[in-house]
Ligand binder design. Sequence first.
Ligand SMILES: *Cc1c(COP(=O)(O)O)cnc(C)c1O
Ligand SMILES: [Zn+2]
Length: 394
Amino acid sequence: MVLRCIRCGREYPEDEVRYRCECGGLLEVVIDLDKVDTNIFDGKNVTLWKYESWLPVKKRVTLNEGGTPLYKLENLGKDLGIRELYAKNEGANPTGSFKDRGMTVGVSKALELGMDKVICASTGNTSASLAAYAAKAGIKAYVLVPSGKIALGKLAQAIIYGAQVVPVKGNFDDALRIVVEASSKLGVYMLNSINPFRLEGQKTIAYEIYDQLQEVPDNVVLPVGNAGNISAIWKGFKELYEAGVIDKLPRMIGIQAEGASPLAKAWKEKREFRPEERPETVATAIRIGNPANWPKAWKAVEESGGTFESVSDKEILEAQRLLASREGLFVEPASAASLAGLIKLLKNGEIEKDESYVLITTGHGLKDPNIVIDNFRLPEPIEPTLEAFRRVMK
Ligand SMILES: *Cc1c(COP(=O)(O)O)cnc(C)c1O
Ligand SMILES: [Zn+2]
């Protein structure tokens, strides 16, 4: 196993603490596909560490992540006239988001490399997850968050798991800039998604989808923020393909929020990627103007024949309500962007109904209760009598 630059191809040993190539390009882990176990995809006992032979770590800091449910969305599938619609519910992970997949591998790697301090910039879920895995590993975690722009549940998690929470006057992109410098100058191990080992954990979403469905879906639809997850899932499918486990690949469809959509804009306008200065959206987990992994994400969408789309905050909140009220699935706003994007692409006739779609619902709805509560007014309390209830029952 080596680290390889996706831009110039230069290789580095996997035990070197390094996040980018000398040329500035992003790194990815190259797995020895002749050493992986290809006979494990039997649909049974699905958990992240089932795929250990496909993962570049020997140590194991785990809270039993992965093995998340793949729900068939019968009601919404019918409503939308889609042949097969599924949601891979990543909110069911130990800290309530897919970030746990990255952190179980990333923090394990930190220990292997002998690091005793870890750091990340976060819109919320990354900090909650890193804090938990650092606690389990017994090492110190620093998390830098945009001041005032982090969902209540996520902040509570980072605090209680014992991380040092540092609010930054600025947005996620500002916080990440500091973290990148700190990791090169202050001896702390960075676990943002430009760390290629985090993506190794997250690629298991692809393994699990195939393992649970026993086939490759036509399309995978997910929200895109810093653009690590879409890159990771694509890498997972490609590895399955190259190892001869599967014989087709899905289209990758990345959904951004309109107010933070540098990838969707560049894609639609067929021009060079340009970061956005002031990202804004209710979906705080994807409120990112300068996605660090954009070159990997661009490749994923291009190679897979997929697309990028953007959706408004209104469409996101409507989709969040639909997932909850039609399917019993309460996800945070960013996660609902996947359904919102699917609905928009269907309406515009850009995707086919007679195909299968897996939505990645990335985080749990309880992370961000204010989004729901602030938009709902409870009625006045009734008198404690059956008569009073009968009047409101209608
Ligand atoms: C991190 C996160 C995203 C965005 O994932 P990227 O890898 O940054 O593109 C989407 N939804 C939720 C809930 C997240 O926590
Ligand atoms: Zn390079």
